[in-house]
Write a protein that binds this ligand. Structure first.
Ligand code: 13P
Length: 329
């Protein structure tokens, strides 16, 4: 097994998963503002420290995805975040895409940017302590109009180019083609779009000879759209999600992690528990775990409100949610 494959697999230790803490400056500002918290670079640093320095997180987290600015910052203990995480056995990763823009060939769809100077940036992130990376593509469902095959293909091509460069740089790529939860679509539609998205992605990865054993897939669950008025049971979500993955994901991939996508913390936890149970019963070949941002942060942020006196209670809420999500895997 190569070092990269071993690193990718080490994310999947029993009961452990990933905290996605890689919100860009823009997203972090909007996230904090939505909890009535004012923002500045220092407030973003405190926001990261709230989660990273919670005592005992290493019981539940094998990795944390950082935003590039956080790689260079220190916790309240004076340690650089990547080294304090690594010292506790938590692998530091970094988001390397530069966000999305409208896709010229289909302007209602988004395409992810960030390939131009990628290899230079990767060398810098590696020196700063990152061992894995993430690239997010966004796939929107709208009736039978979206997604278009051309947008799926272009996003897949960029994910494959990213994965190849990251492996060449000696880092592990997480490939995240997020099929958005937002919409009025049915769960069956989400399932078929996930199959089409992942089918396209893995055929392009093969064409570009990316080592699939060294990649981690980050995927959405198959859910009825958030504006559909339909509430799925965890068993329904599990059946459609696992069926979609069994149909489209090669058995060689190092593992699969799920995003929470705007589900409530309880919904993301219960659905994950049902998915892992169902995957086991059908002998799915890959390890599965979580890579959540909102579902892990939400309860804690509403307690914290940016105030130092609320830090202990906010950290306790974060650890309590981590314990539940960990039990789900
Ligand atoms: P959510 O869990 O909030 O969907 O975020 C995961 C993520 O990394 C999105 O890019």
């Amino acid at each position: 097994m190569t070092d990269l494959v071993a690193t990718a697999r080490s994310i999947f230790q029993p009961g452990k998963g990933i905290l996605a803490a890689d919100e860009s400056v823009h997203t972090a500002t909007a996230r904090l503002a939505s909890y009535g918290i004012s923002t500045s670079a220092e407030m973003r640093r405190k926001y990261r420290d709230l989660f990273f320095s919670a005592e005992g997180v290493e019981q539940y987290l094998s990795g944390i995805i950082l935003f590039s600015e956080t790689l260079l910052e220190k916790g309240d203990d004076g340690e650089l975040f990547p080294s304090s995480l690594a010292a506790r056995g938590i692998l530091p990763g970094v988001k390397v895409d530069l966000g999305t823009e409208p896709f010229s060939a289909s302007p209602n769809e988004l395409i992810t940017q960030g390939l131009l100077d990628l290899s230079t940036r990767l060398a810098g992130y590696k020196k700063q302590g990152a061992v894995f990376t993430k690239w997010r593509a966004v796939i929107r469902i709208d009736g039978d109009q979206l997604p278009t095959p051309v947008a799926l293909h272009e996003n897949a091509k960029r994910l494959a180019t990213y994965a190849k460069e990251v492996q060449t740089a000696g880092l592990v790529p997480i490939l995240e083609p997020e099929v958005l939860y937002k919409g009025t679509h049915s769960r069956q539609k989400a399932r078929s779009v996930i199959i089409e998205t992942l089918g396209t992605l893995f055929s392009v990865l093969e064409e570009q000879s990316v080592d699939r054993a060294g990649v981690i897939l980050k995927t959405s669950m198959a859910l009825s759209g958030s504006d559909s008025g339909k509430k799925d049971t965890p068993e329904e979500v599990a059946e459609d999600t696992v069926a979609a993955l069994m149909e489209s994901v090669p058995q060689q991939v190092a593992g699969i992690v799920f995003l929470s996508g705007g589900q409530t913390p309880d919904q993301a936890t219960e659905n994950l528990a049902a998915i892992t149970k169902h995957a086991k019963s059908v002998h799915a070949p890959w390890p599965l775990t979580f890579s959540y941002a909102r579902a892990l942060q939400e309860e804690s942020l509403s307690i914290w409100k940016g105030k130092p006196e609320n830090v202990p209670a906010a950290r306790a809420a974060f650890l309590a949610r981590l314990a539940k999500v960990s039990a789900a895997v």
